[in-house]
Design a protein around this ligand. Structure first.
Ligand code: DP6
Length: 350
């Protein structure tokens, strides 16, 4: 049967430098966050809608195989969107996704997959309701719909750097959707590498949803939200003026703050492994001995993201091979960097 509507999007993952950790209401952040959009780690989602009038139905394939668990999560997500998009009720959907990166690598698959799906949904809304959304509004709407699926996904709509959450002095920012960063970063921050050092590919024990909710009872949460907003302002300034030292110090502090909160929230929050700490230690030593511009950040897991301006690539890759791969599981790392953001793609050959 020919679908009534068909579209496909490729959407990247992102790595947060100022972390979103703690939320309220309907997926609203307790502090603003800032992220770098990745280039290679992405999800491709193809989306087909059939007009059926028999209530919302979903068939979901992940990496070409039927995946009942993801299918029921996506069905719940689409049902939760009925207030926003009531027309979804009259359709059956065939959704198929593939990731360019393996599972449990410290690359946020919910960010790329939920943003890719949100972009498909907003494309459908645009055509179905004959809206002719302006490009900027389309992105804002997709970011809002992505946020409802996973907070960090709201930032994956845009290329390069994005922020999500209200920031003082930046009136275009909102808790409801992410926006492209409101400053012009210095050249060194426009071409960045991200080496993801895989310390362990075992699935993590603490889910983001659980982790966010533990922030509601953490004794330091109020101070944390204030600190995040201050760090964000200071990071924007450092990026604008090209101050790598301040950039590195804020980014590393954010990563370690996230893990301090995690490990003091629950027994399952101790996610760092000896290898993670050995890598962190080696990065700091190498930086102080060589003055090479590099720093680390962490997601909610043991793997380390090593960030550096492209101009340092040769030295950093040499350092990874000589000193860091010994701490990585099967000497595995993923070579990624800053990317241009999401893109609609042809549905042929998918
Ligand atoms: C540590 O976006 O995965 O990666 O909104 O519940 O889906 P939900 O959480 P999620 O949380 C991401 C947390 C983080 C930091 C970040 O990406 O900002």
């Amino acid at each position: 049967m020919k679908p009534d509507f068909e579209v496909a999007w490729r959407s990247p993952s992102n790595i947060a430098l100022v972390k979103y950790w703690g939320k309220h209401g309907v997926q609203l952040p307790n502090n603003a966050s800032l992220s770098m959009t990745l280039k290679n780690a992405h999800t491709v989602t193809s989306f087909k809608a059939y007009h059926l009038q028999s209530g919302l139905q979903v068939k979901y394939l992940f990496e070409k195989k039927h995946h009942p668990e993801f299918e029921s999560r996506i069905k719940l997500y689409l049902e939760s969107l009925l207030k926003e998009m009531p027309f979804l009720e009259e359709y059956a959907f065939e959704i198929s996704s593939e990731n360019s990166f393996p599972h449990s690598t410290g690359i946020a698959s919910s960010a790329s997959s939920m943003s890719a799906l949100a972009l498909c949904l907003v494309s459908f809304e645009n055509v179905f309701l004959n809206k002719n959304f302006y490009v900027d509004f389309f992105a804002e709407r997709a970011s809002q719909i992505a946020r409802l699926g996973s907070g960090s996904a709201s930032r994956s709509i845009y290329g390069m750097w994005s922020t999500w959450g209200e920031i003082d002095g930046f009136p275009e920012t909102s808790d409801r959707y992410a926006s492209p960063i409101g400053i012009k970063p210095a050249p060194m921050f426009q071409k960045m590498g991200d080496a993801v050092l895989i310390v362990s590919s075992a699935p993590k024990k603490v889910s983001s949803t659980m982790g966010h909710s533990l922030m509601n009872v953490h004794p330091f949460s109020k101070a944390r939200y204030e600190q995040a907003n201050e760090n964000l302002q200071a990071l924007l300034f450092a990026m604008q003026v090209g101050d790598f030292e301040t950039f590195a110090s804020i980014v590393e502090n954010e990563a370690l703050t996230l893990h301090s909160l995690l490990m003091t929230s629950s027994d399952d929050g101790l996610l760092l492994k000896p290898g993670s700490l050995q890598i962190i230690d080696a990065i700091r030593k190498f930086r102080s001995q060589t003055n090479v511009k590099l720093c680390f950040t962490l997601d909610a897991g043991p793997n380390v993201h090593l960030l550096y301006p492209e101009s340092e690539k040769q030295k950093v890759h040499g350092f990874i091979h000589d000193e860091l791969l010994q701490f990585c599981e099967n000497r595995t790392w993923i070579n990624d960097g800053i990317g241009d953001g999401s893109q609609q793609i042809s549905t042929k050959n998918l």
